[in-house]
Design a protein around this ligand. Structure first.
Ligand SMILES: [Cu+2]
Length: 274
């Protein structure tokens, strides 16, 4: 008897399920979940259905241009770049149109002032006025399986120099020292940049922060620190730089820094650190 009951139990349960299902009325349209696009396995107007996706790699960002390797959009869309706020997508810092279907190497110019090391590439629809970015508004994020299509990635910002070339943020500049003085002067650099002072004519040269004779204008500098363990940290060569010799200093303090030739204090120049 026990064996028989066990073997018949699944059948009883199945009958019960069928009976309950048969009594259930079809759901009204109002009860159904909203349909976001057609099911993935059904064609639309004879065309294969597009599943939205975004593929983006960690990258260095030159001239504010973020590159998104591939964007698949179901209809016209916007590739937007969001910065990071508390570990999730924050403000939109740039966007560009993408076409229906596959888009490769999509370049988005971003506002570098709002740049964060982690960024998010979020696909938005282009609803409302086509070609006009309306968000907040009709151009909402594309939702797939209940979530935005917005992979995060790591980005390192590079800055452009005066010639529009793109180079790493920390640059090295050369100032030529001669009997005629310093060239170029003034020289404008970015905090973190290094200036290499080169003696090009054998005139007696000792570059150092203003003012002679104490050299204390640049923060932390003081001729009294020459010959100490702090010598490498001050804007002061602390010695004569002879013909074809050079001396380098990395400027970390923003400001306009006058300097002079300690061996000939009438010679002076200026480094502008931005
Ligand atoms: Cu001096």
């Amino acid at each position: 008897m026990r064996m028989q009951f066990t073997s018949i139990l699944p059948i009883l349960l199945l009958v019960g399920v069928v009976a309950v299902s048969g009594c259930t009325q079809p759901a009204s349209p109002a009860d159904e979940p909203p349909v976001i696009g057609p099911p993935a396995d059904e064609p639309t107007n004879g065309q294969p259905t597009v599943t939205p996706s975004v593929t983006v790699s960690d990258q260095t960002v030159q001239a504010g241009s973020v590159v998104v390797a591939e964007v698949v959009s179901d209809g016209p869309g916007w590739m937007t770049i969001h910065n990071d706020v508390n570990g999730g997508p924050g403000a939109v810092i740039g966007q560009t149109l993408v076409a229906d279907g596959e888009n490769s190497n999509v370049i988005v110019t971003v506002d570098t002032a709002q740049f964060t090391p982690t960024l998010y590439a979020m696909l938005h629809t282009d609803a409302g006025v086509l070609g006009t970015y309306e968000f907040p508004g009709p151009d909402a994020p594309v939702i797939l399986d209940g979530a935005a299509v917005s992979p995060g990635f790591q980005a390192t910002l590079l800055v452009a120099n005066d010639t529009n070339d793109t180079v790493p943020a920390q640059q090295t500049f050369t100032v030529e020292m001669s009997a005629a003085g310093y060239s170029p002067s003034p020289l404008t650099i970015t905090a973190g940049d290094t200036v290499t002072f080169v003696n090009i004519d054998g005139s007696t040269q000792w570059p150092a922060s203003a003012f002679h004779p104490t050299h204390t204008v640049y923060p932390g500098s003081d001729i009294a620190k020459c010959g100490t363990t702090e010598e490498a940290t001050i804007f002061d060569a602390c010695k004569t730089i002879n013909l074809n010799e050079e001396w380098s200093f990395t400027f970390t303090e923003v400001g306009e820094w006058n300097y002079h030739n300690h061996n000939n204090p009438a010679q002076f120049g200026k480094i502008i650190v931005q």
